[in-house]
Design a protein around this ligand. Structure first.
Ligand code: G4F
Length: 338
């Protein structure tokens, strides 16, 4: 790759599900990929950088924290980037009800710090904000599209609405290329154990291996539009390749309930979910988002983006990955109670 023409990308949240898929995707396109990682993660690389295992030697990692403007400013003062994908966040909705203050600080101030440092040091870099379908919350219409009003139902959702508006404001006020993807739920075998899909697939694997006798879940009737994270990082990249910055809903256009996810996941391992899943009010949220279903027509027509993995294949991939993992790891890890 010619260093003069090679594009450079910075990914905040590179150690997460989306960050790791995006890094792999950009490397495949010939990018020089850099990531911001909290110092605490660098001290526990085997655990915290595990998703980057296969590409660790091909990416450049910089220590920085979303809580520190100075640390972000420092990295941006040393390296010039063509594109900045801001994925880092406290992304677990349930946790945001427990500690709304931390969620707000990380997600709102963190986004503001990245935008402000970019404006100061490299205003021509293209900025991607990880918006969320949680911004629609108590939905005003179904399916949800770019024009659907926001009505967030959690501190997490509120923080994402603020980040979305900050991104738009930097676009309008300073003429920077600042775009948001409004991504609906996207999952994979790399999903964190606190999210319901991974909690279910790991639960299936533990039950199958005789390591657990039940799986406790909250609201089985909530419906989500679940896609594969690998597909969604392609959309992030496409959003920054457009001639001007804009916002896009990224979704499959199909909604399924948590119950349906359970049904398929347990069946994949030859089990009936009704024998194993127990309702536990601990996992109910103070304010629930009952249904999210996205209309990605704009992403389809403008970006040429389409998902390639359907719901059934996603569930299957996640279950088989966890069956394999639990089989090889045995009882090393404690059961997760997210
Ligand atoms: O998997 P979840 O925790 O994801 P949620 O809240 O939809 O948020 C995810 O998607 C958003 C995009 O829309 C992202 F912005 C966000 O960062 C995150 O990635 O919960 C999904 C549904 C909820 O309705 C929840 O109440 O599953 C329900 N649920 C039922 N039992 C449970 C459980 N969720 C979790 N985490 N754990 C349970 O035991």
């Amino acid at each position: 790759m010619n260093p003069a023409t090679q594009k450079k990308a910075l990914i905040t949240g590179i150690t997460g599900q989306d960050g790791s898929y995006l890094a792999e995707y950009l490397l495949g396109l010939g990018y020089e990929v850099h990531g911001l990682v909290r110092r605490v993660a660098l001290e526990q690389p085997a655990h915290r950088l595990s998703r980057l295992r296969g590409i660790r030697n091909q990416i450049q990692i910089h220590a920085a924290s979303l809580e520190s403007y100075a640390s972000i400013f420092h990295v941006l003062s040393k390296h010039q980037f063509d594109e900045c994908y801001h994925l880092a966040a406290q992304s677990f909705v349930g946790e945001s009800f427990i500690d709304g203050f931390s969620t707000m600080t990380a997600n709102i101030s963190g986004t503001h710090y990245v935008l402000a440092a970019l404006r100061e040091l490299q205003p021509s870099a293209k900025f991607y904000f990880a918006g969320s379908s949680e911004m629609f919350g108590n939905v005003r219409e179904t399916p949800q599209r770019e024009s659907t009003p926001f009505h967030p139902r959690s501190p997490y959702g509120i923080s994402k609405v603020a980040g979305f508006h900050l991104t738009t404001n930097y676009r309008e006020a300073y003429g920077m290329f600042c775009a948001s993807g409004i991504l609906f739920n996207h999952e994979s075998p790399r999903r964190g154990f606190e999210f319901v899909t991974r909690k279910i697939t790991e639960g299936v694997a533990r039950i199958k291996a005789g390591m657990a006798k039940e799986l406790k879940l909250g609201n089985l009737d909530a419906k989500r539009d679940w896609g594969h994270a690998r597909d969604y990082v392609r959309a992030m990249h496409l959003i920054l390749q457009q001639p001007s910055s804009d916002d896009y809903v990224v979704a499959t256009g199909e909604a399924h309930s948590v119950r349906e996810f359970c049904q398929l996941a347990f069946a994949e391992a030859g089990l009936d979910y009704r024998d194993w899943v127990k309702a536990d009010p601990t996992f109910y949220r103070p304010a629930e988002v009952d249904l999210l279903l996205g209309d990605a027509s704009k992403a389809r027509s403008v970006l040429g983006w389409r998902p390639t993995t359907d719901f059934q294949s996603l569930v299957k991939e996640m279950v088989h990955s966890d069956l394999e993992l639990i089989g090889s790891e045995g009882s090393k890890r404690e059961s997760v109670t997210a």
